[in-house]
Design a protein around this ligand. Structure first.
Ligand code: MSP
Length: 681
């Protein structure tokens, strides 16, 4: 029996001849979350993935390439292994069904079942689909085509060896009924039960005559046959434990597996074939078989013929590993089908990571730099406000509630829960406004507390997001001045509590966690989609950031330009203009990336703003009304086609809209969340 402190998680072993796609990445990334999560909680984890290398298709592909199947397989392996490295997959081992030691275990099991008379020879007649490597019954192939892949099937009769699967039908039904967590989610459990309770379970053909298929594992009791695919592949989950957990205590203590993660298409093979094989071998059944849903792509089934196969390498290059991982885990409840689109990915990552988590980090560290000399302050007594209470609770729930979500493999819900802490921390800063506290020396203690707690929130967030987006978690820790390696100095369980950040820790402001991807990252096709959402100037070729050229600077701008030169207070003007004249003014939304005071000026702030596809610097006369930190992350409205001008020697590439006459009363912002760069009319 598996030891209580172990955690054994597997992915399917993927067909070696497949091109790695989003489906492979999905299962493997999800398994990685569980592996990282349980390691962090101190369990001895064994995370296994690998390749399924036998079978007809591999034999055919090798023959076509004129090489022997083993060499063909060897050549395919790096495509998967490198992808897993790229996606930060922390698998402990990688099994190949052509491993000599795996083959020995398969043969031992075959012999054991043969000796127990649970394998027998019989003859089989049926319709065979070469592509899917399986037989179908007469009624399945009424039109002469494989009901699965729609390719023609051929009638075949042959002697084969059969595993007496049918005799385990009742025992399997009982097992499923007695173990609620055995097949998940619930809907899949009901599907399998429904099938077992209404149809007679037959025996399973486990061999092929060598004359037809030689690329398999030879049956130990009949040299004229091989076993291949399912009997060979499923055994990987136990054979691996005999030779792959190097440096771990006796591998067999990992069995039974805690979770076999699979896609919904291979549920029957796991829930029925594998379970009955284990029963026959007198081995315990896995705790959970979890079948996740499938991704469609822009609403369509993904297929080579449609040319819409999502390449995980390309996604990681374009949207970074954290962006791709986060989207896969957050967008769709695990277990359900979902639709993949780059537009949805960009929107999700920009809103949650760039504007959410990343903005919180940047804002907090900038405040610490400015008001606490770049080191985490001491933490004076409680503020005793509702907002502080909310923050405290959100921090505790980011673990307690997310823990049970992760245990249920509800990854999306867990992330939603964790992001409540991002929101609570934002709200906390907003309400206690450290930039205002800083003006009053009597509020120094409060200021320190607010800064401490904001930084402590980020420390907790790094732990909470680590299983999902490990590189982001490390970056947060690095910028907080903590050891980015989660394991060299194990993070004890108690660190998942408030007030574990050491005062005096020097922070290091680094790169933004996630540069906003916006329209700039999208392909032509998707850029058009965002046009229809209102960004009329977004073209198929995104505009590169505008260069700051000296020639564009008008010499007329006085160095001591008064406030209206950089803001346009919305005062009523007596002169009327035509609609055409008005339409010449390009108003756009912009997101404030950073803000700082212009030295020696009371009024001027230097803002870096994002218009989605470009970044601009704007000098605005709003410094009397706003502290720079209060603006970071806000979406404002700017005049985007104003000629650049210099204010106090600093280039300003646009103008900020604000209300007020001689004094600025308030910036124009947007009620709804809109992408930066959206046209304002
Ligand atoms: N070799 C067998 C598994 C043997 S396990 C003992 C196999 N290999 S596979 O390469 O076809 O596996 C593909 C995996 O990717 C499956 O879990 C499948 O569900 C998953 N996906 C394939 N296409 C997918 C999507 N479009 N979306 C999500 N996952 C999908 O089956």
């Amino acid at each position: 029996m598996s030891a209580p402190n172990t955690f054994y998680i597997t992915t399917p072993i993927y067909y070696v001849n497949d091109v790695p796609h989003i489906g492979h990445a999905y299962t493997t990334v999800a398994a990685d979350v569980l592996a990282r999560y349980w390691r962090l909680r101190g369990r001895d984890v064994f995370f296994l993935t690998g390749l399924d290398e036998h079978g007809q298709k591999v034999q055919q592909a090798a023959a076509k390439a004129g090489i022997d199947p083993q060499r063909y397989c060897d050549g395919m392996v790096p495509r998967f292994q490198e992808l897993w490295k790229r996606l930060e997959i922390s698998n402990d081992a990688f099994i190949r069904t052509t491993d000599a030691k795996h083959k020995i275990v398969v043969q031992r099991y075959l012999q054991e079942l043969f000796n127990k008379q649970l394998i027998y020879q019989g003859s089989y007649m049926g319709w065979y689909c070469t592509f899917d490597e399986r037989f179908w019954t007469e009624k399945d192939v009424a039109d002469g085509l494989c009901p699965d892949c729609k390719r023609p099937v051929e009638k075949l009769s042959e002697h084969n060896y059969f595993f007496k699967m049918g005799q385990y039908q009742d025992r399997l039904i009982d097992h499923i009924k007695e173990h609620e967590a055995f097949i998940r989610p619930e809907s899949r459990r009901n599907e399998v039960l429904g099938f077992l309770q209404t149809q007679k379970l037959g025996d399973l053909s486990i061999s092929r005559p060598k004359a037809r298929l030689s690329w398999g594992i030879e049956l130990p009791f009949d040299k004229n046959y091989v076993t291949y695919v399912w009997f060979d592949a499923l055994v990987n989950y136990v054979s691996a434990l005999e030779y792959l957990p190097q440096g771990k205590p006796a591998g067999n203590s990992f069995w039974p597996a805690n979770v076999h993660l699979i896609g919904k298409d291979i549920l029957t093979t796991h829930a029925v074939y594998w379970s009955t094989m284990l029963m026959a071998l007198d081995l315990p059944l896995p705790q959970t078989i979890f079948a996740h849903g499938w991704w469609t792509v822009d609403g369509e089934k993904m297929s080579k013929s449609r040319g819409n196969v999502v390449d995980p390498y390309a996604m990681a290059d374009k949207y970074k590993v954290y962006g791709f991982r986060y989207f896969l885990l957050r967008e769709v409840p695990f277990g359900q089908d979902g639709d993949f689109s780059e537009t949805a990915l960009v929107r999700r990552v920009d809103s949650d990571i760039a504007n959410g988590l990343g903005n919180l980090l940047r804002r907090t560290l900038t405040l610490i730099e400015r008001y606490a000399g770049g080191a985490v302050p001491e933490v004076p007594p409680s503020l005793d406000t509702d907002v502080e209470e909310n923050l405290t609770v959100a921090g505790l729930e980011a673990f307690s509630l997310a823990d049970s979500d992760i245990e249920e493999m509800a990854f999306s819900r867990a992330l939603e829960q964790i992001w409540q802490l991002v929101r609570a921390a934002d709200q906390y800063l907003e309400t206690h406004a450290p930039w205002t506290l800083a003006k009053d020396p009597g509020k120094r203690k409060l200021l320190e507390r607010v800064l401490y707690r904001a930084a402590d929130s980020l420390r907790l967030l790094a732990i909470a997001v680590y299983p999902f987006i490990p590189s982001t978690a490390r970056a947060i820790r690095e910028q907080l001045g903590l050891n980015p390696d989660f394991f060299s100095n194990p993070i004890p369980f108690e660190e998942r509590q408030w007030h574990r950040l050491r005062p005096g820790t020097k922070i290091h402001i680094g790169d933004a966690l996630s540069p906003r991807m916006g329209a700039y990252a999208l392909t032509g096709h998707e850029a058009k989609l965002s046009v229809s959402q209102g960004a009329s100037t977004v073209s198929d070729t995104p505009t590169p950031p505008q260069p700051v050229t000296a020639t564009a600077v008008p010499t007329t701008a006085a160095p001591q330009a008064p406030l209206p030169a950089a803001t346009a207070p919305l005062a009523p003007s007596p002169a009327q203009i035509t609609i055409d004249e008005f339409m010449q003014i390009q108003l756009k939304t912009a997101r404030v990336l950073s803000a700082e005071r212009v030295p020696k000026s009371e009024k001027l702030l230097k803002l870096q703003v994002s218009l989605g596809s470009e970044q601009r610097q704007i000098v605005a006369g709003i410094g009397k009304k706003y502290e720079p930190e209060a603006l970071v992350g806000k979406t404002i409205v700017i005049v985007a086609n104003l000629k650049p001008a210099k204010l106090m020697g600093i280039e300003s590439q646009g103008m900020v809209l604000a209300a007020g006459d001689s004094e600025v009363r308030g910036l124009i912002t947007i009620l709804e969340e809109v992408d930066p760069g959206t046209t304002v009319k």
